[in-house]
Every structure is written in C-alpha cells, then in structure tokens.
Write a protein that binds this ligand. Sequence first.
Ligand SMILES: C[S@@+](CC[C@H](N)C(=O)[O-])C[C@H]1O[C@@H](n2cnc3c(N)ncnc32)[C@H](O)[C@@H]1O
Length: 304
Amino acid sequence: MPSADEIRDGQRATWAGLSAGWEKWDSVIMDQLGPVGAAIIERLDIAEDQQHLDIAAGTGEPGLSIARLSPKGRVVLTDLVAEMLAIAARRAREQGIANIETKVCSAEDLPFNEATFDSVSVRFGYMFFPDVAKATAEFARVLKPGGRLCSSVWVKPEENAWTTIAMQAIATETAVAPPPDRDGPTMFRCAAPGYVSALYEGAGLRDIAEWDVDVELVARSPEQYWEMISEHVSLAVAALQQVDEPARERIRANAIAKVSAFEKDGKVRVPGVARCIVGTRADASAPCGAGGGTRTPMPEGTRS
Ligand SMILES: C[S@@+](CC[C@H](N)C(=O)[O-])C[C@H]1O[C@@H](n2cnc3c(N)ncnc32)[C@H](O)[C@@H]1O
C-alpha cells in the first residue's frame, strides 16, 4: 500500500499532466460540472463579504463563482498542483475577478489559522486525498463556528455513463481494475451513501445532509466526446498510456460506437450523478469533536 506521501506525489504528477487537457476542454467540463457548483453555492449561503476557502480548486470552480457573488469578500483557491492553480488565476483575470488568491497546499495540511473562513467548498477533490479524515478535520478547524462545509463526490459507476463508457472501452484492451487498495485515490472511492457524512460527523460537524445532483456531459459529436475524455479523465489518460497505437484506435472506435447511443438533437448528451454533502461547524458553545454531529433530513428535490 503506497504511503500518503507517495499518493500525493502521484497525484501531483497526474494532475500536472492533466492540466493542459482541463484548460483545453474548460467550457465543456465547466458546463458539465456547473449544476454541482450551483448546488454547493446554494447551500453555503454566500454573503457579499464572505471569507471562503475552495479546496482542490483545480481550474477555479466553484471558488471563482463564489468570488463573483462576494465582491467585498475574499476567496482563497487551494490545490496540490501549481499548474492547475495557474489556470484558475488566468481564468480569474479573464473574468475580471480580483478578490481571489491562490495557495498551493495539500488538503490535509492547511496553512491557515483556526476559524478563518465562513465557508469551505471541495468540488470533486475528496477521492484524491490520502487521509480523508485528517483533511475533514482540517476543513472543520479553519471554519468559523457556524460556518459551512459543502463538498461533492461521484456516485457509483453505473450512474455515470459519461465515464464508464470510456472505461469499459479501455477495459477491452487493458486491465483498468481499481487498485487493490480501496483507500487509494480513485474516482468512485467516496461513492457509498453516508461515506462523506461519516467523515463530517467524525470531525464534529452538525446539520449534515447529502443529496444527489444530475449532470450531463454535452459534446458536439461522439468523436469530440472521445477526444475530451481521453485528454482530461485521469484513469483514462493513465490507461491509454499502457497500450500501443492500434489498441488505442480500437478503444476509440469502441467508445465512439457506444456513446453514439446518447446522440440527441445533434449533440451527444451523456448523463452522470454526483452527491453533495453539507455540514456546519458547531457554535463555540458546542465545540468541534464534542460528538455533537447530527444529520438532517435530505433537502427537497433530492434523490437517494
Ligand atoms: C477533479 S479536479 C477538481 C477541480 C475543481 N474543484 C472542479 O471541480 O472543477 C481534482 C483536483 O484535486 C486536486 N488534488 C489532488 N490531491 C489533492 C490533495 N491532496 N490536496 C489538494 N488538492 C488535491 C488535483 O490537483 C485536482 O486539481
């Protein structure tokens, strides 16, 4: 089993390599993940002077949208990988957003004082952290009492055709079985219902709720679908490096044939489902870690 440092080193190399693909396909990725960012923002109750921390911010979302909603506030975008944050900073400049700063750091070791932020977001970062409990304790620590944490993870592969089509095509030519270590950094590691809620409870958060959000990857054509997936999805990029050119061509043809079933109105529309999880740091009168974690019922319009 790799150590936490080895996992972080691997993630650093992986995401530095994927950063060009994320920049190239920015608008398609942001449209796909937009509903999840919107769901996170809705539950964070952003004020115009919010002090917000975005963890694993990558190319900047949802942190940049939060900065726009909070013109008198400040958003700190953090990520393990400088190349991803450089894209976030470029996107902020292009969008005229000045109230942000970027900081390269790992989620489990945050360089911020206790009770610094009104809110914390983690969109599709949890599954890559070597020690998810330690990371959650850090998020709770830097939140002000009453502040909220909201994150998102992918639910099971069967509900995420946008990625499973590609992975099944790859599996016909190469082994893409998940690594034997179930705590390793893979896309569906946090998929079990209640997995992230239990981490929140362990960190002493209260008013915890989970709900599912539908997403849709929209591409111009099956060919464009394959081009984007093969250039920005970590498992796909890694697996394709293991095979020769003829095998890559067979995988491409297989994925394009399968995704054609999702053509509709002149576009390819492939569905997926994410899960959002919200929780609140207990007030000063009920300190974190005091075992006061409670769950609230699922919000309206959610799916289980
Ligand atoms: C799927 S991207 C999500 C980016 C962005 N939040 C979004 O939703 O568009 C995952 C990000 O997690 C980052 N990451 C991986 N391991 C990390 C760690 N230990 N600490 C902080 N960030 C990490 C990667 O560098 C990458 O930018």
